[in-house]
Write a protein that binds this ligand. Structure first.
Ligand code: PLP
Length: 395
């Protein structure tokens, strides 16, 4: 028996205000770019667009690395491509674990037959550099990994000390910049990052679907001198690079429309400029924090360790996490995220990323949150909106 033919209406989702951990709001220009006619993946015009994307990605990553491309797939594909190419079975890697994505990296590394050496910190704290140094010295690890922007906790990990440690033995520094690229300084060349991956759906404000990656000369040399081919055919960067490089050899059919979107999203980043973008993300973050703290809520992360893109706000005792998020969605059309892993039920994850990082969104969320918290019987200390306004008026 064949299945019945479904008779379904067109799917018309509402335009949500995406203030969670991602995806972030997508600019109209990017949506329009996605409506352009589909070209073939070897069409000369598409090949030119690929060159544009590489040039724009080098600007955003702040690197001269030749091997700078978008991997087809979400951030996790970039994550997997990076370690599947830079590690071989039996290799050791020091993995900083202070949240969900450090854990995910340990899982990926183990599946490759490599050995993750964990250096842990509490979820909501940065990694202690002395512990990293000790793990590095007492191992024969060839690589050191950290998440610059831990989306599960809201912590920003400083990178310069990690480079110094890896330099003690000429090791590779691998960094997750999924929630920092386009907002915080990733500065691949200045930080000496060898393998760096990101995603499109956070501070680049593009839909999910591609994973920008970039590799230093040292990383490329490592890939070229591998004893065995990477276990993954799809993510074998040697093969993928032949399509993105001068050879233009077919590897897989590029997701054409997603690449249109990324080009436009990166053009928007370049028009604003990285420095202006950083200032905007920082200012809206500061205004939001001033607002929630005035209301009597507590940030989960200490002031000097916070991301600008992702804020973890402690859920006060007696307040129902799920009910507040449901009301924000149903009454105000606003999405914020719940806690992951050990922070489930303990924090809200609020993202002001890319085109979502605006004063309008900060004011709207503070006012909406105030109403929801009043409904929960929480005693609001002072007006969050007024505290945020005071920050903006000082600028
Ligand atoms: C820090 C970090 N790394 C990796 C990922 C995985 O990216 P994706 O969900 O796009 O596969 C995410 C996703 O939120 C992330 O925040």
């Amino acid at each position: 028996m064949a299945a019945d033919k479904p008779n379904l209406p067109e799917f018309n989702p509402p335009r949500r205000i995406l203030l969670g951990p991602g995806p972030s709001p997508v600019d109209e220009r990017v949506m329009r770019a996605m409506a352009a006619p589909v070209l073939g993946h070897l069409d000369p015009l598409f090949l030119r667009l690929m060159d544009d994307i590489q040039a724009l990605l080098r600007y955003v990553f702040e690197t001269e690395n030749r091997l700078t491309i978008p991997v087809s797939g979400t951030g996790s594909a970039g994550m997997e491509a990076t370690v599947a190419n830079l590690l071989e079975a039996g290799d050791e890697i020091v993995v900083c674990v202070n949240g969900y994505f450090g854990e995910r990296m340990c899982d990926m590394v183990s599946r490759l037959g490599a050995k993750p050496l964990r250096v842990e910190a509490e979820w909501g704290r940065t990694i202690d550099v002395d512990k990293v140094r000790a793990a590095w010295k007492s191992s024969r690890a060839s690589a050191l990994f950290a998440v610059q922007a831990e989306t599960s906790t809201g912590v920003l990990q400083p990178l310069a000390p990690l480079r110094e440690i890896a330099d003690e033995r000429g090791g590779l520094l691998i960094v997750d910049t999924v929630t920092s690229l386009g907002a915080h300084a990733v500065a691949v060349d200045r930080h000496g990052i060898d393998g760096c991956y990101s995603g499109t759906q956070k501070a680049l404000s593009c839909p999910p679907g591609l994973a920008p990656v970039t590799f230093s000369e040292r990383a490329v040399a490592k890939i070229k001198s591998r004893k065995a081919k990477p276990a993954s055919w799809y993510l074998d960067l040697g093969l993928v690079a032949n399509y993105w490089g001068s050879e233009r050899t077919y590897h897989h059919t590029a997701p054409i429309t997603m690449n249109y979107a990324l080009r436009e999203a990166l053009r928007i980043v370049a028009e604003e400029g990285l420095e202006a973008r950083r200032r905007r993300h920082e200012l809206n973050h500061r205004a939001f924090v001033a607002g929630v703290e005035a209301m009597g809520l507590k940030m989960h992360v200490a002031q000097n360790e916070r991301l600008w893109t992702l804020n973890t706000v402690g859920i006060p005792d007696g307040v129902d996490d799920a009910r507040v998020r449901r009301r924000l969605l149903e009454e105000f059309n606003i999405e914020v995220g719940g806690g992951l892993g050990t922070l489930k039920g303990r924090v809200w994850r609020v993202g002001f990323m890319g085109s979502g990082s605006t004063a309008n969104n900060v004011f709207l969320l503070l006012a909406a949150l105030e109403k929801c918290l009043l409904g929960e019987g929480f005693k609001i200390h002072n007006s969050g909106v007024s505290a945020a306004a005071a920050i903006y008026s000082k600028e």
